[in-house]
Design a protein around this ligand. Structure first.
Ligand code: PGA
Length: 224
């Protein structure tokens, strides 16, 4: 596998604390005795409200898992009721997902919002994982992980073919000079390895398959 490979689970707006605790007990049990190699970065994008508790669970179970928020305020601190700032997230996580297609379509996020969010992340030493659904979409400078997620493959069980995803990843890489392009959209234990074997794909971003500790572990296990 490549030097820096990413497996990034996106829990979206799912899970409550009791379920998160259960997830960690199961994951810890499944992964017991398997060393996670240095080239593999396992990241979980959890609801912001659970970042502190999830970080404690990661430490308690001694797991090689990094955390990400699923969104960040486009503003720094101040009178922005309901927003969670990059500075607040940075206390608990190293990464932040920005511009997921659900945020662009359901919450009317524009390129301007996305530029502001990326800039907030950079100002507070958070690494943005920027989601795009095709190679023509804007990628602000300095983004080091771009997730290519074709809309028709998200949550449908119809993943894109690894070859097609690779050609789009190559276009994105050539255009933006981003070092790590990853693929998301109906990733499972069965198809993850095929995506990661492509020359321009450096990781996968499973949503549904990350909600169950066993199916998330299956993805990891298949690429080790
Ligand atoms: P999915 O979601 O794996 O359930 O298709 C991926 C995503 O939306 O990031």
């Amino acid at each position: 596998m490549k030097k820096n490979t990413y497996i990034i689970g996106n829990w979206k707006s799912n899970m409550v604390l009791s379920e998160i605790k259960e997830w960690f007990f199961r994951f810890s049990d499944l992964s017991k005795g398997t060393a996670i190699p240095e080239w593999l970065n396992i990241i979980l994008c959890v609801p912001s409200i659970y970042l502190p508790a999830t970080r404690e669970l990661v430490e308690w179970h001694k797991l090689s898992i990094q955390l990400a928020a699923q969104n960040v305020s486009p503003f720094s601190e101040g009178a922005y009721t309901g927003e969670v700032t990059a500075r607040q997230i940075r206390e608990f996580a190293r990464y932040v997902l920005i511009g997921h297609s659900e945020r662009r379509t359901l919450f009317q996020e524009t390129n301007e919002h996305i530029r502001q969010k990326v800039s907030q992340a950079h100002d507070h030493d958070l690494s943005p994982i920027l989601c795009v659904s095709d190679s023509s979409m804007e990628i602000p400078p300095g983004v080091s992980i771009v997730a290519y997620e074709p809309i028709g493959s998200i949550g449908t069980g119809k993943a894109e073919t690894p070859e097609l995803a690779d050609s789009v990843a190559q276009e994105i890489m050539n255009k933006s000079k981003t070092p790590s392009i990853i693929y998301g959209g109906s990733v499972s234990g069965e198809n993850a390895r095929k995506f990661l074997e492509q020359p321009h794909i450096y990781g996968v971003l499973p949503g549904k398959a990350s909600l169950d500790a066993r199916s998330f572990w299956d993805i990891i296990f298949h690429v080790l």
